[in-house]
Design a protein around this ligand. Structure first.
Ligand code: HEC
Ligand code: HEC
Length: 506
């Protein structure tokens, strides 16, 4: 047995003394507070530091729901996306989803096709990918089952109406933390107490600022344009005001209207080297894919090149679904002969084994004076804008744009998947293929866009309409002319029926 030394005895005395006990208690308390603070910090940091997209193994799922990097710069928090229909039922026709704008929903998925998810510093963000504009819906008959087709134009999507809604709600006093959090609860995506604090100080102010800024740029642009209507978007003017800080009021009268039809994007591989986009302003497939991503809201800082390349590789040999039309086979044979004579040099042709991408003028630009269609989309893509694209976007990286150029007409493009591509021409001004074979003055002056029922004349059933009706496309408005492309209009009725029969097999 050993006795305590003098020092040990003194320490033991202090531990027993009231002062010593208080000091020890304080140390313990401080330790507990310190530990709690660490846990709290770790929780907050954990929430704020997690970043990355939701990943899909299946390639069609990746196309429809995978991120291309647009969420960070252009997106909305997922919870806000979910809450808006509850907060602003007046903009959603009382629906609890985005179907009123023509967004398409697959089975019972929560987000529509073309809306992807990415977590950025702990906040779940959503925004566009390629499929939002490049996936559509068709029915073989009125009230028939809906079919979704990746790669066809988003015929039902009204991006103009959606953009106007975002502009309208950003200035609405209801878009404030309290009502928004209540709407999130209602939508089943409420915030927990810690998130509420984080959102109040970090997320809401940034959201509101971002929305107001975007609204201030886009509102005056949309005010200068006719409605885009479903299935169309202005390709380059929003880009000018959002990316290049050009005020909409400064855009020239000749360039300010540029709404164009969503194109189909099947079989991109054989299109390498062709001058494409409606006006043929770029002959590099990689650049067309990348510039398309910018249109979706990606920026050079946020772009997900790997994701886009995955989509691009898939689109390279992605075939359109076979045409369901069953025209008279003999008429098809006669029509094919007419087509080979009058059309194939510019467009290539449909062979028995699929589309044949051959033609002396295929993938070149037809002068506007020759083709005679509406010049607005061509004029909206200016030399000045083309220079900005090359100077500013991805400059100094291997992705810098080099192949964009100002052209003087519209492109002679392949016509694969034609049955899904109505309404026709770059501005979607002609509802059916039969109408395109009529002289411009005999083509419908007005028709409803946004239909998805396949029409026996090619395209979708598109009844005539009064200009003030929703989705009514008026060919007399700027950018909407159905003039030009008079190939085949001089044929007699039988020959036109034969040509149409063949076109219905594309
Ligand atoms: C906001 C709608 C929108 C989104 C999102 C979008 N596109 Fe497009 N895309 C268009 C429009 C409109 C055009 C026609 C542009 C023009 O010439 O005016 C187009 C053209 C194209 C073309 C050229 C078609 C041709 O034959 O001329 C390709 C290829 C393409 N897009 C691929 C993509 C890919 C890949 C993505 C995703 C990375 C994407 N797009 C995202 C609307 C969109
Ligand atoms: C000299 C070249 C040329 C010839 C010949 C030609 N086209 Fe075209 N075609 C074009 C161009 C250019 C466009 C795009 C015009 C536009 O959108 O403004 C076009 C567009 C089309 C479209 C619309 C495609 C879409 O996705 O909206 C169809 C359909 C079409 N042509 C069918 C025909 C048929 C059928 C013939 C023969 C009777 C024919 N073309 C002859 C150059 C030609």
């Amino acid at each position: 047995m050993s006795y305590p030394t003098a020092v040990e005895a003194e320490l033991a005395r202090r531990r027993r003394s009231p002062l010593g006990r208080i000091v020890r208690l304080l140390i313990l308390l401080w330790g507990v507070v310190f530990l709690l603070a660490i846990i709290l910090l770790a929780t907050v940091a954990g929430r704020f530091m997690s970043s990355g997209p939701t990943v899909y193994a299946d390639i069609d799922d990746h196309f429809r729901f995978g991120s291309i990097g647009a969420e960070t710069a252009s997106g909305l928090p997922y919870r806000v996306w979910k809450a808006l229909p509850f907060l602003f039922p007046e903009h959603f026709d009382g629906r609890k989803d985005y179907s009123t704008f023509g967004f398409l929903y697959e089975d019972d998925r929560d987000l529509p096709i073309g809306i992807s998810e990415r977590t950025q510093q702990g906040v779940d963000l959503v925004w566009f990918n390629c499929a939002v504009c490049h996936t559509g819906r068709y029915r073989l008959e009125e009230r028939g089952d809906p079919h979704l087709a990746s790669g066809m134009p988003a015929n039902t999507l009204d991006l103009g109406k959606f953009t106007q809604m975002v502009i309208d709600v950003s200035g609405d006093p209801k878009l404030a933390p309290e009502p928004l959090m209540a709407a999130m609860e209602e939508a089943g995506v409420g915030l927990d107490p810690l998130d509420k604090i984080i959102w109040r100080f970090a997320v809401f102010p940034r959201l509101r600022e971002g929305l107001l800024d975007r609204a201030a740029r886009l509102r005056p642009l949309l005010a200068r344009q006719p409605d885009w209507n479903p299935g169309r978007v202005d390709t380059f003017n929003p880009y000018k005001v959002l990316e290049f800080d050009i005020a909409a009021s400064e855009l020239d009268e000749t360039e300010v209207v540029g709404a164009s039809d969503f194109p189909s994007i099947f079989l991109q591989g054989p299109r390498e080297g062709m001058q494409l986009h409606w006006d043929g302003n770029n002959d590099s497939l990689a650049e067309r894919n990348l510039s398309a991503a910018l249109g979706a809201g990606v920026t050079p800082e946020t772009v997900d090149h790997a994701s886009i390349e995955r989509v691009a590789a898939w689109l390279s040999d992605f075939e359109p679904p076979a045409s369901p039309h069953r025209p008279d086979p003999e008429a098809v044979v006669r029509g094919r002969e007419l087509y080979m004579d009058k059309c194939a040099a510019c467009h290539g042709y449909q062979g028995s084994e699929g589309y044949v991408f051959e033609g002396a003028k295929l993938g070149t630009v037809e002068l506007i004076g020759e083709i005679g269609t509406d010049p607005a989309r061509l004029d909206s893509y200016t030399k000045a804008f083309s220079d900005l694209q090359k100077e500013k976007l991805f400059a100094g990286t291997p992705h810098a744009f080099r192949r964009f150029r100002k052209t003087d007409g519209y492109a002679n493009a392949p016509l694969d998947g034609l049955w899904l591509r109505g309404p026709y021409l770059h501005n979607g001004s002609v509802p059916t293929l039969a109408d395109l074979l009529e002289a411009p003055e005999n083509r419908p002056a007005t028709f409803l866009r946004g239909g998805d029922v396949i029409d026996g004349n090619g395209g979708f059933v598109s009844p005539a309409c009064e200009p003030d009706m929703p989705n009514c496309f008026d060919t007399r408005l700027p950018g909407n002319s159905n003039s030009g492309h008079v190939y085949g209009v001089g044929l007699d009725a039988t020959a036109k029926a034969d040509l149409l029969a063949y076109l219905l097999t594309f």
